[in-house]
Design a binder for this molecule. Structure first.
Ligand code: CP3
Length: 319
């Protein structure tokens, strides 16, 4: 999950120095430093490369801006029948800085600390490309998919191919594993979840492994609920990310199939105190007996106090 960001003063300083978020992502020296900051401060067991899932639409030819307070803006939005202006391959000059960041981080990171690469899963990336921004119900992408499935499949296929190349390149550059973020998979009906989340991610895993057989993946279909079991059965990822809303006895059944990570509610980390201690204990009690990576169930919230992160790490390590 997101580790770097506005909750760290050292991040805010570099962000200001870079001037814009995109510049920070695409300047390897600064992006490497931002990647290493949380590991240095908290002694985490893994780092996640500092980049963003919207670099792929950017590399495919959509204009991407991060507007302070408003979130990302992608122009022009992709409407039904309008995917023609996109490139059929990623512009290497957009994504090659990420590979350079990975190389730099790997050199500076202790060998026992894992380095994760990532990209957005096609459905989640498509929701931003179609809406042109974040949206509440992802209605625009859903309508596109219902009204013109072949054309929507074309868009998903384009993101899929770009993601295969991008992830294979990240692994070749030194990432130990890659994570696929499907942040908005929870808004889909089961058949749509199957078609736009399970199948594309399964093809990405197979496509990367055709190039790099030992490639390791973490899949995170956020909000999948009961459909998570289908994902665990049909997507050959090495581990699955859990959000915090899942029934824990159900999540344990998922864990019988695949190692899991996550599950802590980012808001309880923001709250701190006894509530945090109890929540950490509940996550460990449910999952620590089987292969498990302790993590949040989604990205860290910007107002999270550093002392709460320290308290959480101490409790997990002491347990
Ligand atoms: O440690 C890390 O921060 C790792 C790098 C990372 C970022 N984004 C940096 C970032 C990762 C893994 C992501 C993934 C990402 N980006 C996802 C999937 C996971 C999730 O959080 O749901 C999504 C949906 C995005 C798209 C995105 N990027 C949005 C919607 C926003 C704006 C909203 C927000 O929280 O600010 C971003 C910006 C972004 N990406 C920030 C960071 C640190 C905040 C930038 C800033 O204002 O300085």
């Amino acid at each position: 999950m997101r580790q770097a960001g506005r909750y760290l003063p050292e991040y805010r300083r570099l962000r200001e120095k870079a001037g814009s978020f995109l510049k920070l992502c695409c300047t390897p020296e600064l992006a490497a430093e931002v990647t290493l900051q949380p590991v240095r401060r908290f002694g985490f067991d893994a780092a996640i490369v500092f980049a963003d899932i919207l670099l792929v639409p950017y590399a495919l030819g959509q204009k991407v801006d991060y507007v302070d307070g408003d979130g990302p803006q992608l122009t022009p939005p992709i409407g039904v029948g309008e995917i023609g202006y996109l490139r059929d391959h990623c512009d290497a000059s957009v994504l090659s800085p990420v590979m350079e960041t990975i190389g730099r981080v790997r050199q500076q990171l202790a060998p026992e600390v894992a380095l994760l690469g990532f990209c957005g899963a096609p459905w989640t990336v498509a929701t931003y490309m179609v809406a042109g921004s974040g949206s509440l119900d992802h209605g625009k992408a859903k309508l596109f998919a219902y009204r013109d499935p072949p054309r929507f499949a074309e868009l998903i296929g384009l993101i899929e191919q770009a993601s295969i190349e991008y992830l294979a390149d990240q692994l070749s550059a030194g990432a130990d594993a890659v994570q696929l973020f499907d942040t908005w998979s929870g808004v889909l009906a089961p058949e749509e979840f199957e078609r736009w989340c399970v199948a594309p991610v399964a093809r990405i895993v197979a496509g990367v492994r055709a190039r790099i057989p030992a490639a390791k993946f973490i899949g995170f279909p956020r909000g999948a609920g009961a459909s998570l079991m289908r994902y665990a059965e049909h997507v050959a990822v090495d581990a699955i990310g859990l959000d915090w809303t899942l029934d824990r006895s159900f999540a344990q059944k998922v864990q019988e199939r695949r190692p899991v990570q996550g599950n802590l509610d980012p808001h309880v980390l923001l709250a701190g105190g006894d509530a945090l201690d109890r929540a950490v204990d509940a996550v460990l009690a449910a999952f620590a007996a089987r292969p498990f990576i302790f993590n949040l169930g989604h990205g860290i919230l910007p107002d999270t106090p550093i002392a709460h992160v320290e308290r959480m790490v101490a409790r997990v390590r002491g347990a």
